[in-house]
Design a binder for this molecule. Sequence first.
Ligand code: BGC
Length: 718
Amino acid sequence: MNKEVDINELLKELSLSEKIGQLQQLASQFYIKDSEGELTGPLKDLGISEEKIWVSGSVLGVKDAEEARRIQDKYLDKSSTKIPLLFMADIIHGYRTIFPIPLAIGCTWNLNNAVLCGQVSAKEAALSGVHVTFSPMVDLVRDPRWGRVMESTGEDTYLNSVFGKAFVEGYQGDLSSNYNIASCVKHFAAYGAVEAGREYNTVDLSDRQLKEYYLPSYESSIDEGAKMVMTSFNTIHGVPASGSKYLMRDILRDNFQFDGVVISDWGAVGELQVHGVAADDEEVAEKAISAGVDVEMMTSCYINNLENLVKEGRVQEELIDEAVLRILQLKKDLGLFSDPYRGMDGDKAKQMFLCNEHKEAVRKVARESIVLLKNENVLPLSKDKKVAVIGPKGDSTDLLGGWSWQGRKEKITTLKENLIEGIGNNLISYAEGCDINGHDESGFEEAVNVAKEADVVILALGESSEMSGEGGSRAYIGLPGVQEKLAEEILRLNKPTVVLLFSGRPLEITNLSEKAPAIIEAWFPGTEGGAAITEVLYGDFNPSGRLTMSFPYATGQIPVYYNCYNTGRPKTSNTAETRYVSQFIDIPNEPLYPFGYGLSYTQFQYKDFTLSSDKMTKDDKIIASVTVKNIGDRKGTETVQFYIRDLVGSTVRPVKELKGFKRIELEAQEESKVEFVITEEMLRYYNIDSELVSEPGDFHAMVGSNSADTYTKKFTLL
Ligand code: BGC
């Protein structure tokens, strides 16, 4: 039930300073602590006066429903406008019940999991007073040094686009239910392309790269109805994104027809001055509002300067009106004028947190996100064997990963505890060996002794949560500290050993992958991670995860991604011995594990790949079909991947591009025919004149179990 508010009428009633207030977002502390007394701490730092708090439009990050209610109450009491506050927060992969990190969710190649994550997160968050989540992050990522790859679904444009859509669908539904929240897509644009993967660094992309690879995922989330977009910290074409008319007016508003609210990233409006495109706060405000930022997060250039700028004629009041109307519309869409306390229900929230249904949901997604990278007859383990769990991740509660600020580590059952629960105390022994990042090797001896006593060893290694996420760039992306050394000591025993990795990014593990007979990537698997891993280790669940980001052979290879260009001198089997081809002289060109890769406890055979025709007109379709057979002796899920290559274009085209995928579950010895429909639309790209068109000519259709292992058929677009 939405009280009929005419937002245009409401706008007319607001003074200029009240309108500008709507454009300000402040963290929750501003409303509870400092507001009672003198200006201290954050208020002072922001150079904002107390009275301005009571005209501000939105709040960042509330603790719980009680706090949200208290803030809303106080605000409505003190504010002259009585327009309810909007509460926003980073709910990235769960609120209290935590899903695996988004990079892991991507590895399920199951869009329902993103919808589920969105729904469960929205429910817990909405009951806790949140109206908008700063998610999904759909930034395309090709550089695992960048800590924020954990927040993305990987290196592929198509996959990011469909996952972005699915998250938005999950969070928002149609927003009519109090269990849904609005979604803010971020970071616009191309934040994933920061140079050297260094956080907040420069991005300089060609327009072609931007349009072809980076922009589609934002667009598809917007098409799905995402209510908000967040700008990014980086530059694009020499202009910071938060001051870029090109990004916000030309692309976002004109091309994508986005009519929702644009918010800056934290402090990014103020940073226009630090970037060096504005001399002072006034110029910052003028540039950001003109470029199209509606809400300024956590700096105060608008609220302290826009009024003067309007009076001086440097900023048109209409610009402010447009921004305010978009914010009021969002408040209306969320029903805040009828119920400023929308959703907030602390008691109900507590019933939902970590309830069985939510725990089952996160466990399901965790299971499906685990990627089996190598297995030389070690896995699955049999339940009567003595197991030594070795390594700093074996008995660790640090399984939630970055952006899980509402998660509760103390509620986590560790891997060791799960194994004891499932297999029995007498069969499980444990030694930490070393810590995550230190250099102390004094625990090695005990670890080796514990391993010697066991039939099989699980080496639980990896990163801590702080090593990825925002501000978590790493230059060396191997295992931190002395973990690899510990692994070598243990592997020297030649026991059946599983290396079990926990990380927020693809790691450089080439040495380990040569020595270890089995490797599992478990990412940061969330609240039910330990249980999900136990199911995979013992074969109660047959692993089905597939990588959405290449594992580099060496850090010096980065960026390494599957949909690259061919170059004029590609390395082929014929040129392998030649010097003057595009290659490294010390390592292969190929990543260690490619995009789309992942093993199962069964095997799948591909046969009878056919196209319904080898030609099509622009109005035709071709059906590509392949039969996939489970030739092993247990049920398993295969992700059949479909790629296309445009052989000759007016500009160069990638060697392959993912155009579709299908997950199929097959019983032992069962086979199934899988079909993909090739349409003209699938063949479009930005041609030499930057028009999104298809060009007649030859194409390759490819199908396979990962990007490096495909079968090919040729067809022609007439
Ligand atoms: C991050 C955003 C986040 C925002 C609000 C920024 O530092 O880059 O992703 O949504 O903070 O917490």
